[in-house]
Design a protein around this ligand. Structure first.
Ligand code: CO
Length: 480
């Protein structure tokens, strides 16, 4: 989930076959995945988000997937390399985690995914994310010894196993989306299918009071098309939006266990014309992931992201566009039940010398666009969130507002939610109550965010944790 960059107030004016399938962590390329094939093979909230081959693959789009440990199909692979306006220097890459899922025996998951992960991983040994050693800073020397130990960081083993489980739920769900979503599908069905999968894999349907606070969606599933940049989700009662072959679609969803959210996003297309845009954003996100580390300053991560993003251009309809980072969105840290923990990492140069710290969790995401690089609030509603400083007891004139307040506290707490999530609890006629909660300063509403009409934007995002001696990219998969 993207976050508007806090200090920036400028809004610019304004289904496939049934039956069991292999868990495809190392298998064929998902439909539409050609768009994510680039020289990097990596990823990256409102406020403003490596591979392991050790080579310089900036100019070789085939190289990114070569970092994986098992062969990939080349179906849909583009034949031309991404165009770059300038060549960046070779970048050293760390070895991929060898204990990751790619080397583990495949498990059976259904399609659509419905088998709880507790059945597929009875011992609770979930896959470690990608390990990257720190590249600079005071921790680099210790990290170089590669003596990482999952228990030697600020969080305990149960915390980490839960976080890895949430990441596995994310991977299995998104890879099903990548395999099965096609033009003609309704965004509503995509969102519901994705969320049903997440809840089933977690073993929490979220229908009993408090259940979705234990584990569930981390925020409303974002499905943005074209110039929609972030924070669009289908709402009940709206006219159906149907995915078109020419659409560029970003999918941003969160999976949480005990309030700790895996926030990860990808972009899909069915037309190779967007390949360079996707390559740019994936590179920018992976560059941000690589730059992240203990004692690393936010401004340095931002600068690295900007340089990577702006080294690409994309040709659409005979016109060449520079890829621009979105200036008023940021990557962010994550804390318990808070998708935005207070630190923001913009995608453009800044002077924020705040440092990343050991034990912190970050969602490293970036957004790139062929538009202005500035987002503004679009019409409609994305979701709602309980305000941080909202009083527990408040006198509300409407009985419906009081009931809704209780429902929100019981089921979502400070987790951002949307209208679909309220309605599946059987709550109806809540809009007046919601407006009352908003006007009393208890609930905040979030709007969809877009760039200018006719532009295209893409997003990639990963969640990582800064361990003492290394970082773990929890949400890394063989897809991105
Ligand atoms: Co995010």
């Amino acid at each position: 989930m993207g976050s508007k960059t806090p200090q920036n107030g400028d809004h610019g004016g304004h289904g496939e076959a049934n039956g069991p399938i292999e868990i495809n962590r190392a298998g064929g390329e998902p439909r539409g995945a050609h768009t994510s094939r680039d020289g990097d093979g990596c990823l990256g909230d409102a406020g403003g988000d490596d591979d392991g081959d050790g080579d310089d693959d900036d100019d070789d789009k085939e190289a990114s997937l070569a970092t994986l440990e098992t062969p990939l199909s080349t179906e849909g692979a583009p034949t031309d390399a991404p165009k770059k306006r300038k060549k960046s220097k070779p970048r050293k890459r760390k070895k991929n985690n060898k204990d990751g899922a790619a080397s583990s025996p495949p498990s059976k998951q259904s399609s659509p995914p419905r088998i709880p992960l507790s059945d597929l991983f009875p011992n609770g040994d979930y896959f470690e994310g990608e390990v990257q050693l720190y590249t600079k800073g005071p921790r680099a020397a210790a990290a170089g010894e590669a003596r990482y130990d999952a228990l030697r960081h600020s969080h305990d083993g149960v915390f980490l196993q839960n976080y890895r489980k949430a990441a596995e739920v994310h991977r299995q769900t998104r890879q099903w989306v990548q395999r099965t979503v096609k033009p003609g599908d309704k965004l509503m069905d995509i969102a519901n299918g994705l969320e049903d999968s997440v809840r089933a894999l977690l073993g929490h349907d979220g229908l009993e009071p408090g259940d979705s606070l234990k584990a569930g969606m981390g925020f409303p599933t974002g499905i943005c098309l074209n110039n929609q940049v972030a924070h669009y989700t289908p709402n009940p009662g709206q006219k159906d939006v149907v995915l078109q072959k020419k659409d560029l679609m970003t999918v941003d969803f969160g999976v949480h266990i005990n309030g700790w959210i895996v926030d990860s996003a990808f972009t899909m297309s069915f037309d190779p014309v967007y390949d360079n845009l996707l390559a740019a954003v994936k590179d920018a996100t992976n560059t941000g992931v690589k730059a992240a580390g203990i004692d690393v300053r936010i401004c340095d991560v931002s600068a690295a992201i900007q340089e990577a993003m702006e080294s690409y251009e994309v040709e659409l309809g005979g016109k060449t566009y520079p890829v621009k980072p979105i200036r008023n969105l940021s990557a962010h840290n994550i804390t318990s039940y808070h998708i935005h923990g207070g630190k923001s990492i913009p995608f453009v140069k800044n002077s924020d010398t705040t440092k990343m710290e050991e034990g912190e969790v970050f969602a490293i995401e970036t957004f790139g666009t062929t538009g202005r690089g500035y987002i503004y609030d679009d019409a409609g509603i994305y979701g709602y969130g309980l305000k941080e400083d909202a009083p527990l007891k408040v006198s509300l004139p409407l009985a419906s507002a009081r009931r809704l307040h209780k429902t929100i506290r019981e089921n979502f707490g400070t987790i951002v939610f949307c209208r679909r999530y309220i309605e599946r609890l059987g709550v109806d006629r809540y809009l007046a109550g919601m407006n009352s909660l908003i006007s009393h300063g208890i609930v905040e509403a979030y709007e969809p965010l877009c760039d200018i009409p006719g532009s295209y934007s893409a997003q990639f995002e990963h969640t990582l944790i800064l361990h003492e001696t290394h970082k773990e990219i929890l949400s890394r998969g063989d897809d991105y």
